[in-house]
Ligand binder design. Sequence first.
Ligand code: TXA
Ligand code: MG
Length: 329
Amino acid sequence: MATAPEPPTAEALRHAVEVLRRGGLLGLPTETVYGLAADAENEFAVRRIFAVKGRPSTHPLIVHLGSTEAVSEWVSHVPEEAHALAAAFWPGPLTLVLPRSTRASDAVTGGQGTVAVRVPAHPVALAVLRAYGGGLAAPSANRFGRVSPTRAAHVLQDLGADVDLVLDGGPSQVGVESTIVDLSGTAPALLRPGGVAREAVETVLGRKLSSQSEGQVRVPGMLPSHYAPRAGLVLAGRSEAVHRAAELHAAGSRVALCGPAGLVAPPGVLQLPASDDVEELARSLYELLRSVDAAQVDVAVVVVPGEAGLGLAVLDRLRRAAAPRGGRT
Ligand code: TXA
Ligand code: MG
């Protein structure tokens, strides 16, 4: 188990606030993944986020806040269910979509009538948010469609000089993005599975979440191909994974097998360990996808978890990473 992340030094905090004040972009560690953060009320800075990511401007951003109390400034109304979820999961890996107030600009919301808000748990993110005072718009700090960063070094590798400062908060402890719950409609809907288990949200709400049908939502993580490494991915159950890897190898591909200890890769196939503990698998998932590319294989056979708990988020990311690339925007 990784050590708990440390708060930032006073010097790092001062520097981060200065970057944000002048409309710069900050690589911000959160407990889910690293964010590419900017002042959510500075339209110039928000536009730069879209430009650097290469993300269509109609795809809205999450506004990160330093406290639950700050949410009321960004939304027109806080429904009872939002209070309940905030009390249960904030600070933490949950994002709520609520009817927006005038403070949330079209640049951040993609012109929608709603805004997504989250209070992250990472001590560096919280310290920066509290020192800065305002909301920070922050998508994951990767180029559009690529694997999300879970370490400061990933942000630097992917974005280089396009980011003004990257704070190092150690490896992200959750490892997959926040769970997004839409509370702006008549019934609560799960827009993206993530770091808070669907079952845990449903327990607090006392009712089931509906699943939004894909076509309706402007969520980049909802595009069929996303979170993708360069190598191809084949998803397999534990019992068939070794056989699939052997077949692909025999057909002439360079193959990696990503699965729990106990599975033995066939001769000529590279073995990359993946935990069979679903929380540990979530934590290391993006690192695993990066190591697949670093190994320069053509295809990786990945053993998939079940849907319980964080398994749903891991499966969702793996399915998108494995989707055909042709349709990617
Ligand atoms: O864990 C996370 O949520 C990370 C960290 C950095 O906080 N952030 C993140 O941001 O994953 P991003 O931009 O990669 O994904 C945010 C998702 C997008 O898919 C976006 O479309 C959706 O939130 N979103 C934002 N505002 C929305 C809204 N008003 N209605 C529906 N979806 C919204
Ligand atoms: Mg993302």
